[in-house]
Ligand binder design. Structure first.
Ligand code: 5GP
Length: 205
């Protein structure tokens, strides 16, 4: 089917701790020609996180103003707590220019984007783990999160696992100590989707 916009948005989805950020960081190095738009969030930056790299860190008032002014493609309250939202202009502009855009979102964000963008312009990749204890270990390793926060993240994870197969186009295992294999698979999916698009491109570009 012909695409309504020339570019493609690849959504990287999966529970907290599954390695979405790591996969995207590797892709960014391998494929600097793709777009990696930042999102807005009300959560506080973690140690070492800089504003403007993965997120624009804003307060609640600013986020709510962004919602009112229609600046977000979608937004969600993640882990029942903080706002996260993709920025409309950078993503739509890139898609109009025929670019490949990569962004991680939670399951709610994935479903919202599937509703607002043409189906042919969105490819979702769910990163999954075979063992939930493995996920708990990874979440704990990330920093000293309070037990309540871990519980909240595991509850979100359960919901995401339940939906991953049905909502997303692809599922890729993200195994501990096997980051390269996971990135290879994600990159292969992106390449095959982009290549499939080329065959539809009447300009042959
Ligand atoms: P973290 O706080 O660990 O960076 O992210 C928490 C969750 O929010 C993750 O599942 C992440 O994928 C999701 N997330 C990050 N950016 C966005 C966004 O722009 N929109 C939505 N809906 N979720 C996001």
């Amino acid at each position: 089917m012909d695409k309504q916009l020339p570019g493609t948005l690849f959504l990287i989805v999966g529970p907290s701790g599954v390695g979405k950020g790591t996969v995207i960081a590797h892709l960014k190095k391998r494929r600097p020609e793709f777009d990696y738009p930042i999102s807005a969030t009300t959560r506080k930056p973690r140690a070492g996180e800089e504003d403007g790299v993965v997120y624009h860190f804003v307060d609640r008032d600013t986020f709510e103003r962004m919602i009112e002014e229609g600046e977000l493609l979608e937004y969600a309250i993640v882990h029942n707590k903080e706002y996260y939202g993709t920025l409309k202009t950078p993503i739509l502009d890139a898609l109009k220019e025929g670019r490949t855009v990569i962004r991680e979102v939670d399951m709610q964000g994935c479903e919202s984007i599937q509703e607002v963008l043409p189906e042919e312009n969105v490819v979702s990749i769910f990163l999954t783990v075979p063992d939930k204890q493995d996920l708990i270990d990874r979440i704990q390793k990330r920093g000293k999160l309070p037990a309540e926060e871990i519980k909240r993240r595991m509850e979100s994870a359960e919901k995401e696992f339940a939906k991953g197969g049905e909502v997303c186009n692809y599922q890729v295992p993200s195994l501990n100590n096997k980051v390269k294999e996971c990135v290879d698979k994600v990159e292969a999916i992106i390449n095959s989707e982009i290549h499939a698009e080329d065959t539809h491109d009447i300009n042959g570009a």
